[in-house]
Design a protein around this ligand. Structure first.
Ligand code: C2E
Ligand code: CA
Ligand code: CA
Length: 639
């Protein structure tokens, strides 16, 4: 009687049971690939179990229990049949193609396996693979090699298809498939040489472990804090959905207050809030597809339109109410964006950019608001995409222009400074608003390049027309937060002034209130560099957001520009007028020069002059002018 070494089988059985446990316990994406993987583990376990049972029966029972041995061996053969084709199905499910295509190819390739399965069952009577004689002893049948040949053929098909579908699989999946085959191959080889080792089962255990570690590890795709899926699993899942043209309606939740909560209550409380909110979302959602794609943005997938509406409404209700966490009552609003039929966006990256775009449409509120995708938002998004593409060309060929808006001094009754404003014209779309191209460039990281080009243009212009410096005292140039904080940018700007041999004191950089309020050492360093060289600083858009006066005061601004939005009410609303007037006097007492922005009417001019505002900027005095118009305006009196 042969004695078999079953240690390897026992070890791989333990391995597979553990993997199954962890795989089922952890949240995982419900896609074809994971379902096939689940089946693969189960079949692997059964295969090893029956391998062990038949081995024991054949070695120990020795002629007794023939029917049982025969049945168990038949089962084992059937499992071997399935195990031979399963890796091919698994590979098919990894392809980035529509689900239908995968299903079709699986059905096609399972036909031979089903036929073989039937033949295996009939072996009970025909004995073509194996049979037991009257004494109950095991014998190989005439066609006992069929199983090996069958397995070999399927491995060959697997190898060929991994090459044929290389493009749809990608390098990472391709290598894993080959690793899988290599491990299996080595184990089968060892078993062929030393049959007593019973290595095939071990090979199955090892190769499934490799899949678990690489492509099917649910721990690798979930967020540690909240337990929901992370960004990488979203990318992978979404790409599949889009390619498979599945209907998806998604909702994103932006917890835009999270940063504030972290600041005020501390990071660990912020974590608690995140966990609480995730739990609520999981309760609202029946399906498990919730992803955390950035620190404070969650993405929820709903399958039907009815589900979408239900979830959306529940989320709105939840975020509109105060929540109680750890004894604190919290107003924790969110921006909720909805996109129906998300597959239309074509790529998961584009989809996320669209989400970003939708969220950016949210007005400055302190409330929960809903922004849904429609034709208009889609058009806006496509427009910005086009703008982003065009910006590359515009930077490369320096297609920008600068216009200058003159600013009037109430003291001298003449223009004292001017603001440089960027302009860009698209050959088909016409002029692009700076609000649009600046914010697109900020998002895409092109802003520093644009700022540099534009600043050079301004300096060159002044260098060529130095007489401008006799007429006005300063030129103001806008700096975005990102270019301001970009490493080396401040030095580059300073060097441009040097290159054109212009006085530093002629320049003033305008920084918007929102940046100034995000005070940081880095910001302070950059700003000091300007000041030390004699370049002025001005606070822009004062009153448009939530100025943190404390941090504003820390930065050495010489002038403050009050935002246009505050000006609009001063003629109609007494309260607004009183407010505006008081801001002016407070800031003036603190030593700042005050500029009022957006002055359009005579009435406004009279009020503002009466309140002692130093400078006025607006269409009433001058619109932004191109270089030629500016020179004409400044020097016309003399001609
Ligand atoms: P801003 O810095 O607040 O510039 C003032 C804006 O108000 C300009 O819009 C100007 O044309 C407009 N404006 C001036 N007077 C009036 C008025 O009486 N009524 C009204 N309704 N509007 C008036 P513009 O040129 O469209 O620029 C928009 C924004 O784009 C600027 O706002 C600035 O934040 C940004 N921007 C423009 N050029 C640059 C640039 O070169 N770099 C950076 N970083 N940002 C820029
Ligand atoms: Ca400005
Ligand atoms: Ca402004």
């Amino acid at each position: 009687m042969m004695s078999y070494n079953m240690d390897f089988l026992a070890a791989s059985l333990v391995l597979l049971v553990l993997i199954l446990y962890h795989f089922l316990r952890r949240k995982r994406l419900r896609n074809v690939n994971n379902r096939i993987f689940e089946i693969l583990i189960l079949v692997g376990i059964l295969d090893i179990v029956f391998d062990i049972i038949t081995t024991i029966l054949m070695c120990r029972a020795d002629g007794k229990l023939v029917v049982l041995t025969k049945l168990s061996l038949t089962f084992f053969y059937i499992l071997q049949d399935i195990i031979s084709v399963a890796p091919l199905f698994y590979t098919q499910s990894l392809r980035d193609v529509p689900t239908e295509k995968i299903k079709k190819s699986i059905v096609f390739w399972s036909v031979p396996a089903v036929i073989l399965g039937i033949v295996i069952v009939t072996n009970y009577w025909t004995g073509i693979f194996f049979y037991f004689d009257e004494a109950g002893l095991y014998h190989k049948g005439t066609y006992y090699l069929t199983m090996y040949i069958f397995a070999l053929v399927y491995v060959t098909i697997l190898a060929i298809s991994s090459v044929v579908y290389y493009k749809e699989l990608g390098f990472a999946k391709f290598t894993v498939i080959w690793e899988f085959m290599l491990i299996e191959g080595i184990c089968v080889l060892i078993q062929a040489m030393w049959p007593r080792m019973l290595m095939t089962g071990f090979g199955i255990g090892l190769s499934i472990t490799v899949l678990y570690l690489t492509l099917n590890n649910p721990y690798g795709f979930t967020d540690n804090l909240t337990g929901v899926f992370d960004k990488s699993s979203f990318d992978r899942w979404m790409q599949e959905q889009i390619i498979r043209k599945n209907d998806i309606n998604l909702i994103t939740v932006d917890l835009y207050k999270l940063k504030r909560i972290n600041k005020v209550f501390g990071q660990s409380f912020g974590d608690k809030v995140l966990i609480f909110v995730t739990q609520i979302m999981q309760q609202i959602m029946e399906s498990e597809h919730i992803f955390r794609i950035t620190g404070n943005r969650f993405l929820i997938i709903t399958n039907s339109l009815t589900d979408y509406e239900k979830v959306r409404n529940s989320l709105l209700r939840f975020f509109k109410e105060d929540m109680r966490i750890d004894g604190e009552t919290l107003h924790f609003p969110a921006i909720i964006c909805g996109i129906t039929d998300a597959a239309k966006l074509g790529e998961s990256d584009v989809l996320l950019q669209y989400v970003e775009y939708l969220a950016s449409l949210s007005p400055d509120t302190n409330d929960t608001i809903l922004i849904q995708d429609d034709e208009r938002t889609m058009r806006g998004f496509r427009y910005e995409e086009e703008v982003e593409r065009f910006l590359n060309t515009a930077i490369e060929h320096d297609l920008f222009e600068v216009q200058y808006q003159l600013i009037y001094s109430t003291e001298t009754g003449d223009y004292v400074t001017m603001e440089a404003l960027s302009r860009l014209r698209h050959p088909n779309l016409g002029p692009i608003s700076p609000e649009v191209f600046i914010s697109v460039a900020e998002r895409s990281g092109q802003i520093a390049d644009i700022g540099y080009l534009q600043f050079r243009r301004v300096c060159r212009f002044i260098h060529e027309h130095e007489e401008i410096m006799d007429k006005i005292e300063k030129v103001k140039f806008n700096l975005s937060p990102l270019e301001l904080l970009k490493q080396g940018q401040s030095k580059m700007l300073i060097n441009v002034i040097r290159e054109f041999d212009l006085p530093f004191s002629f320049f003033q950089f305008e920084i918007t209130e929102t940046v100034a309020t995000e005070y940081s050492d880095n910001l302070y360093r950059v700003v000091s560099e300007f000041i030390n060289n004699g370049i002025g600083l001005s606070l822009d858009d004062f009153g448009s957001g939530y100025a943190n006066l404390n941090t504003v005061l820390k930065l050495p601004f010489s002038s403050i520009k009050i935002d246009r939005s505050l000006l609009s009410g001063i003629c109609e609303d007494k309260q607004v007028a009183v407010f505006y007037q008081n801001i002016v006097s407070i800031l003036q007492n603190m030593g700042y020069d005050i500029i009022s922005e957006g002055v359009e009417t005579r009435e406004q001019v009279e009020l503002l002059s009466g309140w002692g505002v130093d400078m006025l900027q607006g269409y009433y005095f001058a619109k932004p002018l191109d270089e030629k118009e500016l020179l004409q305006t400044l020097f016309q009196k003399e001609k």
